[in-house]
Write a new protein. Structure first.
Length: 228
């Protein structure tokens, strides 16, 4: 178990650097956690603001399932209550990534859902919103849990994800790698939508995203691929 925990601490540090370098979170916030046996591992407070996501394994907090800190050189992430609540309600969830992804934030600010515009995004479904709750509060944690209970099919396929209004993205998956991958897939979709928003003025083939998504479903159905 000690070896598994050390390996996961190293993995979380690696994913944190990727998250920051690929602008899937910023210096202001974001957090990563993973379940290892009966323990929860989570990034420290101010991982971005003080450490620019250049974390060392000993900084990753090791805690009990009810949030009691056992190891770690720093304080626990301020958003930890959301992580612990998700692990409590979703036994199959073993990894969580919360990010302030640059392209996703545009949709968070505008209150616009992100449709699954690419084939790779279909397992995630449309990425909508939880009810508003201020950052680092119990209200936000409960709102995220409630929203993700409606996405349990997505959790079985890849990851259950939701946007918090004016805040960021939360991804719960069976592995922390899958949670990271889901955030990147959703940010890619957000980027494509933002960058191609003027295509309808340039090409008669680029109709609205609703129509394009419907067309993709039709094409996948021809091959017997699931589209919901």
């Amino acid at each position: 178990m000690a070896t598994d925990i050390q390996t996961m601490r190293e993995k979380i540090c690696e994913l944190g650097r990727l998250l920051f370098d690929r602008k899937l979170t910023d210096a202001f916030g974001g957090n990563i956690s993973a379940r290892v046996g009966k323990h929860i591992l989570i990034t420290p407070r101010y991982a971005g603001a003080q450490f620019n996501w250049q974390l060392k394994p000993e900084q990753i907090i090791v805690a009990t399932a009810d949030g009691k800190k056992l190891e770690g050189s720093d304080e626990m992430s301020r958003e930890s209550r959301a992580h612990f609540r998700l692990y409590e309600d979703f036994p199959k969830g073993n990894g969580i990534v919360h990010g302030h992804a640059r392209n996703i934030l545009a949709f968070c600010a505008a209150g616009v859902p992100i449709p699954p515009i690419l084939e790779a995004n279909f397992p995630l479904g449309e990425i909508g919103f939880c009810e508003f709750g201020p950052a680092i509060t119990n209200e936000l944690a409960e709102s995220i849990v409630k929203a993700l209970h409606k996405k349990e099919d997505a959790l079985a396929d890849l990851a259950a994800c939701v946007m918090a209004p004016w805040h960021g993205i939360f991804a719960l998956a069976q592995t922390v790698d899958d949670a990271y991958n889901a955030v990147e897939l959703i940010d890619n979709a957000a980027y494509i939508i933002l960058m191609s928003s003027g295509l309808s003025q340039l090409s008669t083939h680029a109709s609205g995203w609703v129509e394009r998504t419907a067309l993709l479903k039709e094409e996948l159905a021809k091959y017997g691929k699931p589209t919901e």
